[in-house]
Design a protein around this ligand. Structure first.
Ligand code: T46
Length: 185
């Protein structure tokens, strides 16, 4: 696999080595030794998640203020625009984001270590989204940042004038200025 550093320290876009032949393809979607060597992260993953979304759904921007989760995310059907936002108060890139297209076609993954809010916009008719997390879900610690917080200035590739489909929780996300952030990461 090839790791592409991003402007956010610790966040990597990962291209797996894909073996194609007349039957189809094979690739290792996770290899602990290779992942640790590439990212420098040696923690374990404790949960695998899978969501399916229809075009226009935006899930995020989410994080857990306690038990912060690292996430290794990928798409196995369709295409999404995936975004990580640095919410580590003392980080030189605090408030900055990185976004990229993840798709079944490009087979790319994004590694987002603990310390970031995460979300994605569904670009295809449907998208199946898989991700590994480094800590367990803790509902009481879940927080949402507004997807359209002007201070984040995320250029979501939404069709002009179309508001994404959001969960009730995401419709009342906080702007970064009012949100709880990571003081110790
Ligand atoms: C996250 C999670 C949720 N749930 C339950 C809680 C709800 O009854 C249902 C849907 O949860 P929610 O609407 O929070 O799902 P998403 O909007 O996809 O949330 C995720 O969206 C963005 C992309 C993220 O990065 C987070 O991992 C996660 O917050 O699944 C669980 O049982 N376990 C879990 O780990």
């Amino acid at each position: 696999m090839i790791g592409h550093p991003t402007p956010l320290a610790g966040v990597f876009r990962i291209e797996p080595k894909v073996y194609g032949d007349e039957r189809g393809f094979f690739f290792e979607s996770f290899n602990a030794r290779g992942f640790s060597s590439l990212t420098g992260y040696s923690g374990s993953f404790v949960q695998d998640n899978h969501s399916r979304s229809m075009r226009g759904v935006l899930r995020g921007l989410h994080y857990q203020i306690l038990q912060p989760q690292g996430k290794l995310v990928r798409v196995i059907e369709g295409e999404v625009y995936d975004v990580a936002v640095d919410i580590r108060r003392h980080s030189p890139t605090f408030g900055q984001h990185y976004g990229c297209v993840l798709s079944a076609e490009n087979r790319q993954m994004l590694w987002i270590p603990p310390g970031f809010a995460h979300g994605f916009l569904t670009l295809s008719e449907h998208a199946e989204f898989l991700y590994k997390t480094t800590d367990y879900w803790l509902a009481t610690a879940e927080r949402s940042l507004r997807w359209d917080d002007p201070t984040l200035a995320i250029s979501w590739p939404t069709p002009s004038g179309v508001t994404p489909l959001l969960s009730a929780k995401d419709r009342v996300g906080k702007c970064l200025a009012e949100a709880e952030v990571y003081e110790d990461l």
